[in-house]
Design a protein around this ligand. Structure first.
Ligand SMILES: C[S@@+](CC[C@H](N)C(=O)[O-])C[C@H]1O[C@@H](n2cnc3c(N)ncnc32)[C@H](O)[C@@H]1O
Length: 242
């Protein structure tokens, strides 16, 4: 990554409230290089130009960190559901190193990439898991065991709420990264929100610095204990979305 691109990253992060030190710039640089290298062998991202990786993946991922920092939730147990190539989980971990991070994806080869990134970046306290959200959310080890769940570009909101409901503890948060469809998605998610013991706190409209990209982050709070029947099996979620 050349100096101008690194400066774009540094300034963009600063505008979002994160002053990056040299080690953090190194971590983002290595991450970007690994993403481009591995993308030649496997499908990780359609975005391969450096500035775009910074804007659309790194800074975009940090938008959720703004909410966590504002709430003083920087030392949380956080799970990224359907993390793919590590978004938004890894950028959040780089700027909030006190986070205990779990990265979950249903594709094994993506998990291998995540392990390599975490090792080369020297990230501590990160667990990479291969599995399906709706199955792991029923297991004692994971069920309602996280302070925060985050997820970007994984499923329509009613389905995504069910995937993430299994992980978030009472009083914990779920941050859904969504595009402009968020207004309609919230409209069709009312039943899911109430059945899954969530309440809607707010939707943050985030503009990524020096770009015209906008992302909405809707923050849900878990207000009660999740009924045992949720999350349901994938076939049921698909056939009868809440
Ligand atoms: C479009 S990608 C988005 C990846 C990343 N969150 C991002 O924003 O770049 C969706 C990812 O979710 C994963 N996924 C889809 N359904 C899942 C499920 N039920 N449990 C775990 N991972 C899932 C897929 O394997 C894929 O890597």
């Amino acid at each position: 990554m050349d100096e101008a691109v690194q400066e774009y990253l540094r300034l963009g992060a600063e505008k979002m409230g994160f002053a990056l030190d040299r080690e953090q710039i190194r971590q983002f640089t290595v991450y970007s290089e690994l993403l481009v290298q591995w993308n030649e062998k496997m499908n990780l991202t359609a975005i391969t130009e450096e500035r775009e990786i910074i804007g659309k993946h790194f800074l975009d991922s940090l938008a959720g960190g703004v909410a966590l920092q504002r709430d003083g939730r920087e030392q949380v147990r956080l799970i990224d559901v359907g993390t793919g190539a590590g978004f938004p989980g890894i950028p959040l971990k780089i700027v909030l190193p006190g986070v205990s991070l779990t990265l979950l994806d249903s594709l094994q080869k993506r998990v291998a990439f995540l392990q390599e990134v975490c090792s080369q970046l020297g990230l501590q306290d990160v667990t990479c898991i291969h599995g399906r959200a709706e199955e792991l959310g029923r297991e004692v080890e994971y069920r309602e065991n996280y302070d925060v769940a985050v997820s970007r570009a994984v499923a329509p909101l009613p389905v995504l709420l069910e995937y993430c409901s299994g992980f978030v503890r009472q009083g914990g948060l779920f941050l859904a990264y969504k595009g402009p469809s968020i207004v309609e998605e919230l409209e069709i998610s009312r039943n899911a929100v109430s059945k899954l013991q969530f309440s809607i706190r707010e939707t943050m409209d985030m503009v990524i610095p020096d770009t015209e990209y906008r992302h909405f982050i809707t923050i849900f709070e878990k207000i009660g204990s999740l009924p045992l029947k949720y999350p349901r099996k994938q076939s049921k979620i698909k056939k009868e979305p809440l």
